[in-house]
Design a protein around this ligand. Structure first.
Ligand SMILES: Cc1cc2nc3c(=O)[nH]c(=O)nc-3n(C[C@H](O)[C@H](O)[C@H](O)COP(=O)(O)OP(=O)(O)OC[C@H]3O[C@@H](n4cnc5c(N)ncnc54)[C@H](O)[C@@H]3O)c2cc1C
Ligand code: SF4
Length: 328
């Protein structure tokens, strides 16, 4: 590991003021420290943020909730208000990693965890995300767990987060603060980016911005929800494909649908066309299968990941079925 300096400021404003050219905020360190050990990330200055304010889960005036960015994934997923009002988020978060990692990981850090593309982690391999201009090792290489949506010739990586799939489905907002103290809110759909010609940029944060809170809209999917994660083993494994599904069903008709996929694109992949199709329909196997067909229409597989299309369709049908049949 390369040498770096470290500070632990007492307030968010102090942390923001300390941010500089090659500094990184440090949450639980469960991703950043690994990347530094592998020489993939090379910050010269670390600013610890895990103990700053923004540790709470509070209700907003419009009936939604604010999740503190510094709160741990475990405390967030197990919080009684989150379990009751956003069980889809809780389920997705609890499917991630292991209890030990969830205890360390912060909500802000989870949103910014980097791809698990093996070429990104191996510094002897070409990777445009790690080192722009060197090429993409995965494009014609081992791309079995890479993107089927929204990829470019520059990068075919996926976003690995489970929490973010549920946040995309729920249409959360990310609250950030800038070094000069100004604040802004970013709709979740605009927070992560597609790779395009600049795969080194995972998200739309600007230099030095600190994530302070995540805003959830008024709860809707408290009865019919399901997070399905397909992975190679049940612990310590990232998704091969995942689906977050929420339904509101009134008098036998779907009045609202939330649907997003994970591990299929550079960002959590919201299935807006499938959501629109489901709204106003009966919750039936036939309609769930049609929604899955619509969702996968634009998929473009790479050499080794065409299996994700069939797997994705089955995962969508299964998660919608489980969501509908769930007895809350
Ligand atoms: C073995 C293993 C298995 C895993 N399995 C899964 C899994 O199945 N599903 C899953 O979703 N995740 C999984 N993870 C990833 C884990 O969820 C992330 O590492 C974790 O959420 C990152 O949070 P952190 O607080 O530790 O972030 P850190 O590692 O501290 O930081 C990550 C990035 O976020 C930045 N950052 C942190 N906080 C802020 C902030 N408030 N504002 C701005 N920037 C900030 C840092 O500068 C850094 O760039 C796994 C990790 C490991 C090690
Ligand atoms: S897919 Fe992206 S992260 Fe992986 S090697 Fe290509 S450029 Fe790097």
């Amino acid at each position: 590991m390369r040498p770096f300096t470290f500070i632990a400021p007492k307030t968010a404003q102090e942390a923001l003021t300390a941010a500089g050219e090659n500094s990184h905020y440090l949450g639980g360190g469960t991703n950043l420290i690994d990347l530094m050990k592998e020489d993939v990330e090379r910050p010269t200055h670390l600013i610890e943020v895990a103990d700053l304010e923004y540790q709470d889960i509070t209700k907003t005036s419009n009936g939604g909730y604010l999740l503190g960015a510094m709160k741990s994934n475990s405390e967030t997923a197990n919080h009684p208000d989150i379990r009751k009002n956003y069980p889809l988020l809780s389920m997705a978060m609890l499917s991630a990693a292991t209890a030990q990692i969830r205890n360390m990981a912060t909500n802000g850090g989870n949103l910014l965890q980097r791809t698990r593309c093996p070429y990104f982690y191996e510094i002897s391999m070409p990777c445009n995300k790690r080192e722009p201009g060197t090429g993409c090792g995965a494009l014609k290489g081992l791309n079995g767990n890479h993107a089927i949506f929204g990829w470019s010739q520059s990068c075919v990586a996926t976003n690995p987060s489970d929490m973010c799939v549920a946040l995309a489905a729920l249409e959360a907002k990310v609250h950030v603060q800038q070094p000069d103290g100004a604040k802004r809110e970013i709709p979740f759909a605009d927070f992560h980016r597609l790779p395009g010609d600049e795969p080194e940029k995972d998200n739309t944060l600007q230099k030095g911005e600190l994530i302070t809170e995540i805003e959830l809209p008024k709860p809707k999917y408290t009865k019919h929800y399901y997070y399905l994660k397909i992975r190679e083993r049940s612990s310590y494994a990232f998704a091969m494909t995942s689906v977050a599904a929420g339904l509101v069903v009134k008098s036998g008709v779907i009045t609202d649908a939330a649907l997003a996929m994970g591990a299929v694109a550079h960002k959590p992949w919201k299935l807006t066309k499938a959501e629109a199709f489901l709204t106003g329909k009966k919750p039936s196997g036939e309609n769930f299968a049609k929604a899955a067909e619509i969702a996968m229409q634009d998929a473009k597989p790479l050499e080794h990941n065409a299996y994700k299309i069939e797997m994705g369709k089955k995962a969508i049908v299964r998660s919608l079925t489980q969501a509908f049949e769930r007895k809350a």
